[in-house]
Design a protein around this ligand. Sequence first.
Ligand code: AMP
Length: 174
Amino acid sequence: MKFTDLGLSAEILRAIAEQGYDTPTPIQQQAIPVVLQKRDLMACAQTGTGKTAGFTLPILQLLQGKRARPKQPRVLVLTPTRELAMQVEESVRTYGKHLPLTSLSIFGGVGINPQIHALARGVDILVATPGRLLDHMQQRTVDLSAVEILVLDEADRMLDMGFIRDIRKILAVM
Ligand code: AMP
């Protein structure tokens, strides 16, 4: 199977080709068609097997054609750590570089004001750690009512780190 067999747009295929990839990894081959059909999916694979692109590529495909409103992300990706949040957002930028979509990563330990301004401008794909996202929800600087797609990245690790209560609070407003 090639990436061109998956039904992804020319802009996304161009970004993939620029990374030098032509063959989807096994998790990508299995996950991408399911996400494109807008079905729920739980996937598990070792580190380094291409999981991030496995959800990022079909999500970029599904988002095309509309734009985010101020403070209302269309996709929320929750990650356990700031490092992972930054990595995931970097992948979104890489694969979405030829699309007019916006992304942002938010996490604690850094100033909240730049995040508030970026959210206010409108963000299609928001990648967040749970604690800082809850801060924004309490300050009403983010509104999750327009989220179309939710990703729990490294869900097992988030549970190990005790994020279940935070995640429940976040899910409750969607
Ligand atoms: P991940 O498991 O998502 O952390 O990805 C591991 C690494 O594999 C990343 O550096 C990706 O850029 C790379 N990668 C993702 N998809 C492919 C692919 N289809 N072919 C070759 N490398 C890939």
